[in-house]
Design a protein around this ligand. Structure first.
Ligand SMILES: [Zn+2]
Length: 492
């Protein structure tokens, strides 16, 4: 058996000013040919699970590409075509199955449905090609995606700590189908609900119960896989929003019957998917009264993991203005500031115009740096390996990295965008997060993977940025209407 295994992954925030080209993928992870298998074998990624399954079968494995970039703006046309072209060429050379590690919310400059278009082209080469697809919980599912694969599944956790299990589950279904052991059929649907990712954490309601119902549906006889997608609301495309898909063994009616209650329950919970705001100054003042740390402060409107530029200084500015003590910050993206600190050297005192290098035209905001003075505490190459539960085993490259110590605040400054979901962001530069009173994280939910076990309290801080949870700031033009909560469907 010859199996093509590939990864082509990006969560596209159409409001993000951060460009997504070939280099952007290289910054996080872009491997071609055998290097792709080497990079992901043994990792807790869908790609790692696929490799394990195919190797156990003694299959001939072809890995044309494994590419992932941190979320950002639409993928450049040439970059999309180069990645998709590598997968298409491998399939055109002949194979018995394709196992794909995708995201489900990729938008390219010329294609709104990045995954649907890839799968459509694959099926154009061979209409009966067995294709397994894993998607992120934040996929915006489309008919083109479902119609052009054999079986599709998404993560059931946010933070995403079940990537390996999900890859193993769907990979096995499709490889079983190749051997005639099962016959996957799918039913999918969506509801007009643009749920906010800040309200999609699977340890919280309403997702906790909805995911429990999804697992129960999956455990029923004849059902092979069931997924409820939270969707990615920061994509102004027709398909954005919540959806569900069920894979049954030969019985489409069973798949439809399992799908409908999941969608109905999500719709019934629609008001709980909206985030309630608290004024920034008030929330920081509330944090200031708390002394038993670590207290997590979330700068969630500038979350790299959803397309943030990681250099919006509003929240850090307020934390410094209110003189919070014993704070560690992860992270500020500012390669020029890192270079300035490297030139000054460890121990030197520097004054930086930190962050604020990126304009945000979608919000009508210009980048605004913050003047900070401190001592260069650490310089590093920013490379470390994840030991925590998310992206376990993957090597992280933050690029040249420096720590600025202002006395009250230690700021990790990086040269490549990186969402702090693992404590390695601090420990790799000598900061012990468990000993700090405050950890200011440019993250929304993924921080829980590494930091929830340490946290005495968590306070969301509503700053500025292209991952805002305030719909009034976003100019939606392409999403299908009506959609809740932009339109008050069935509301009194
Ligand atoms: Zn996600």
């Amino acid at each position: 058996m010859r199996v093509v295994i590939a990864m082509m992954k990006h969560e596209t925030n159409t409001f993000s000013p951060v460009p997504t080209d070939w280099r952007r993928f290289e910054e996080w992870g872009l491997y071609v040919g055998r290097a792709a298998a080497r990079a992901y074998r043994g990792t807790a990624m869908p790609m790692g699970a696929y490799l394990e399954l195919a190797e156990a079968l003694g299959a001939e494995i072809v890995t044309p590409i494994a590419a992932e970039a941190m979320p950002s703006g639409p993928v450049a046309e040439a970059t999309y075509e180069r990645m998709a072209g590598a997968i298409l060429a491998a399939v055109a050379a002949g194979c018995d199955a394709v196992l794909l590690d995708l995201h489900g919310a990729m938008v390219a400059e010329h294609v709104a449905d990045g995954e649907g278009e890839l799968l459509r082209r694959l099926r154009a080469i061979r209409p009966d090609l067995p294709i397994a697809v894993t998607c992120d919980l934040h996929a915006n599912l489309t008919g083109a995606m479902v119609d052009n694969c054999t079986a599709l599944i998404g993560y059931k956790t946010y933070p995403h700590v079940d990537m390996y299990q999900v890859g193993r589950q769907i990979g096995r279904i499709v490889l079983d189908a190749v051997e005639g052991k099962c016959r996957p059929v799918m039913a999918w649907g969506r509801i007009p609900l643009l749920s906010q990712t800040l309200r999609q954490g699977t340890d919280d309601e309403p997702m906790k119960s909805l995911i429990a119902a999804t697992r129960a549906a999956e455990a029923a006889p004849g059902i092979l896989a069931a997924t409820l997608f939270g969707g990615f609301p920061l994509a102004d495309i027709a398909a954005a929003g919540m959806s569900a898909i069920v894979v049954a063994d030969g019985d489409r009616g069973a798949a439809e019957a399992a799908r409908d209650p999941l969608l109905a329950a999500a719709w019934a919970a629609r008001r709980d998917f909206i985030y309630d705001h608290e004024p920034l100054g008030q929330a920081v003042a509330r944090a200031r009264e708390m002394t038993d740390g670590p207290i997590l402060l979330l700068d969630h409107a500038d979350n790299v993991g959803s397309g943030g530029s990681e250099d919006v200084m509003t929240v850090l500015g307020e934390v410094i203005a209110q003189e919070l003590e014993d704070v560690a910050v992860a992270a500020i993206w500012d390669p020029a500031a890192v270079a300035q600190m490297a030139r000054a050297g460890v121990g030197a005192e520097v004054t930086l115009e930190l962050g604020g290098k990126t304009d945000m035209p979608a919000l009508g905001l210009a980048g605004a740096p913050l003047t900070v003075t401190g001592r260069v505490k650490v310089l590093s190459d920013g490379t470390w390996t994840v030991h925590g539960p998310m992206y376990t085993g993957v090597t992280v490259h933050m690029g040249p990295t420096a720590v600025l110590d202002t006395g009250r605040v230690e700021i990790v400054v990086v040269s490549r965008h990186h969402e702090p979901w693992d404590t390695g962001v601090f420990t790799s530069v000598g900061i012990q997060p468990a000993r700090k009173r405050y950890l200011l994280l440019k993250s929304r939910i993924h921080y829980r993977a590494g930091f929830a076990p340490l946290a005495k309290a968590t306070i969301p801080l509503d700053g500025e940025g292209v991952t805002t949870s305030d719909n009034r700031l976003l100019d939606y033009r392409n999403v299908r209407r009506p959609i809740f909560p932009l339109d008050r469907i069935n509301e009194p």
